[in-house]
Design a protein around this ligand. Structure first.
Ligand SMILES: [Zn+2]
Length: 325
């Protein structure tokens, strides 16, 4: 490339960037990145379904489900998506459904696809578990800059806004006729909030539940997660909205997540007993039941790096341990 061409290309890029930045502040531009159409799943209750994909420049990071409940007291939002522009697009789409203002946000957990839209909700209380607030404070900025790398321009103007209001397990809050029970649990991360709308029976499960999409495990504690799934199964709900994948009128998202995590662990234990290295485990084919999940085998391979070393150590220690006296 000659100097002249390269200078011309740079100049053109500067112009394009300037135009994009000017346009970027408007909601119309936000809608250009994020074409958000809420799907009504129950009375007053809507979900923006995320793409069943990994983060990419094409999906702009919109891979998780976000939701809202329209009440007489205003709109309650559950999770804010991956970026400022996504949050703005949410608000624009909500405004097409109701003229009620957004009055409350709840964040299920501090993963970037679920809370980095907080920038667009700084005028309302943002509730989360204390562990979520800590995690957002400690690694939020790193999560945001990592997502810039994975998603690109749609992230501009996004910073990690730490939730402003600590909530606790068992807390009951009322908005209009909607009675919301806040359920504090963990296992997918150190702090996972679920919101159960007692009025409609809709359970917003966050990433405790995945449906037809492989669960992510970067901060997982498998035992704790299984306990959370078992406890959730016993709850009285009419519809479950998972963090990723379609809503379900039965416990399918809970059962599927539990079965997958169970398989993952026993598969890793078997591999460790057979002396398989991490590299060997990485490229094993998945059984058909799991191979058909969205984002496989990529998510499985990430789980190998998250979970296999510890399971391998624990398994080998057990094999090599002296008999207890
Ligand atoms: Zn997620």
């Amino acid at each position: 490339m000659s100097m002249r061409t390269s200078f011309g290309a740079v100049a053109a890029l500067v112009v394009i960037t300037a135009v994009a930045l000017i346009g970027g502040t408007s909601t119309a531009r936000a809608a250009g990145y994020y074409d958000l159409n809420p799907e009504q799943v129950a009375d007053d209750t809507y979900v923006f379904y995320g793409a069943m994909e990994n983060f990419s420049f094409d999906n702009h990071g919109a891979i998780s489900n976000t939701s809202f409940i329209v009440t007489a007291d205003g709109v309650v939002v559950i999770d804010t998506g991956p970026s400022r522009l996504y949050g703005q697009a949410m608000r624009a789409a909500i405004a097409k459904v109701t003229d009620k203002p957004v009055v409350q946000v709840y964040i299920t957990h501090a993963h970037p696809d679920h809370f980095l839209g907080n920038n667009a909700f700084e005028d309302v209380p943002i509730g989360a578990l204390p562990g979520t607030i800590d995690m957002a404070r400690q690694i939020g900025a790193d999560l945001a800059s990592n997502l810039y790398n994975l998603v690109g321009a749609a992230m501009r103007g996004t910073s990690a806004v730490v939730p402003t209001e600590a909530v606790e397990d068992g807390q009951v809050v009322n908005f209009g006729k909607h009675e919301l029970q806040l359920i504090g649990t963990s296992g997918h991360t150190d702090a996972d909030l679920m919101v159960l709308d007692k009025t409609t029976g809709v359970l917003f499960a966050g990433d405790i539940a995945f449906h037809d999409r492989a669960p992510t495990t970067p901060n997982a504690d498998l035992d704790v997660w299984q306990a959370a799934l078992a406890a959730t199964e016993k709850r009285d709900f009419k519809l479950i909205v998972p963090g990723h994948g379609p809503a379900s009128a039965d416990a399918a998202p809970l059962l599927q997540t539990s079965a997958y995590l169970h398989w993952l662990r026993s598969h890793f234990q078997d591999a460790a007993r057979q002396g398989e290295s991490q590299a060997e485990v990485l490229f094993e084919p998945l059984p058909p039941r799991w191979a058909r999940l969205a984002v496989e085998p990529g998510e499985y391979r990430r789980s190998v790096s998250h979970l296999y070393p510890a399971i391998e150590r624990a398994t080998l220690n057990k094999v090599g341990a002296p008999v207890a006296r």
